[in-house]
Structures are given as structure tokens and as C-alpha cells.
Design a protein around this ligand. Structure first.
Ligand SMILES: Nc1ncnc2c1ncn2[C@@H]1O[C@H](COP(=O)(O)OP(=O)(O)OP(=O)(O)O)[C@@H](O)[C@H]1O
Ligand SMILES: [Mg+2]
Length: 79
């Protein structure tokens, strides 16, 4: 799992679902393309997922999970 956290402005809860949409941007000169391309690339890869968590005024974390290549899947723990 790869995790990237920033200390930027954060994303409002009602905007969180929209950030993946093509051409959605809150930047004056943004294209809104970046995250829609990221989502397309993630969806092309079986077992791969990206999630976002954000707090307004605090920052944003993106988490990317993907299966390891050539490694047997971990067994569920017995706990
Ligand atoms: N790390 C972040 N912190 C706060 N808002 C974010 C973050 N990443 C994305 N967003 C929000 O999601 C929107 C869409 O992001 P996306 O990368 O798709 O396009 P963009 O950054 O606006 O445009 P461009 O990629 O052309 O600069 C942004 O405009 C912003 O509102
Ligand atoms: Mg961007």
C-alpha cells in the first residue's frame, strides 16, 4: 500500500465524490483531468484500488493498494 498525505486545504465532504469526475476542478486554471486519469489507470488493474480521506483545513490522504506480483496472497489471520 502506498499512502500520500499532504497538508493542503483539504476537500469538502460534498466535493469528495466529485473529484474523480473528468473536468471537475476548483482551480482557476485546472483541467480537472488528473484524478480521472488516475482512476482510469487504477480501474484497468485488477485488484487495485485508490481511496481518499480528507479533512478541511488539515489535509488529504490518498491510499493506493495493489496486489503483489509473484507472491502468494496472504492468508487471513486467525484472530
Ligand atoms: N490533494 C488535494 N487537496 C485538495 N484538493 C484536491 C487534492 N487533489 C485533488 N483535489 C481537488 O480535486 C479537484 C480535481 O483534481 P484533478 O487533479 O483531477 O484536477 P486539477 O488538479 O483541478 O487540474 P490539473 O490536474 O489540470 O491541475 C481539484 O481541483 C481539487 O478541487
Ligand atoms: Mg491535479
Amino acid at each position: 500500500m502506498k499512502r500520500l498525505t499532504d497538508t493542503g486545504p483539504g476537500i469538502a465532504p460534498d466535493a469528495l465524490a466529485q473529484i474523480w469526475a473528468p473536468f471537475y476542478t476548483t482551480k482557476a486554471e485546472g483541467t480537472g483531468i488528473g484524478l480521472s486519469i488516475v482512476r482510469s489507470l487504477v480501474e484497468e488493474q485488477p485488484g487495485t484500488a485508490i481511496t481518499v480521506e480528507s479533512r478541511l483545513g488539515v489535509g488529504t490522504t490518498f491510499r493506493l493498494t495493489m496486489p503483489a506480483i509473484g507472491v502468494a496472497p496472504a492468508r487471513p489471520s486467525a484472530s
